[in-house]
Design a binder for this molecule. Sequence first.
Ligand code: ZN
Length: 144
Amino acid sequence: MTCPQCGREVADGSRFCFCGHNLAVATSRPPEGVGGWLLFFCVQLVILAPGFVLMNVLTTAALISKVGAMTPIGVCLSVDSIARLLIAGAGVYIGSLLWRGQRTGVTLIRPYLIAFPALHLLLACLPFVFPFARDIQVALKLHW
Ligand SMILES: [Zn+2]
């Protein structure tokens, strides 16, 4: 079984977790699963979002191979792809915690939901930070 306090695996029938949480209280209550909009949210975090990011990264990888990874555009696109993968990875981790009804997931989802749009806004500004926005337009035209 899993401790609802710290999320660690504890032997079935244990009265106390390593963290000191009284499991006798927790086991008297049936484990809560997630459903409704929260389940959809978890599916979105764990399956849909990473799927889209993966497709996006594969498309970007093709573009990077075309413009060259060591060019400024290539570096910019690589940083963007890696950041998106990390954000999606954090989403998968937090989403799976939430899905299993773990308290850590509830704690982590708040900063994630604040960081998510902020990071994407930063990534959207990335091409404008570097003085080669026009080169990217040329590269995109080449790609599309
Ligand atoms: Zn514990």
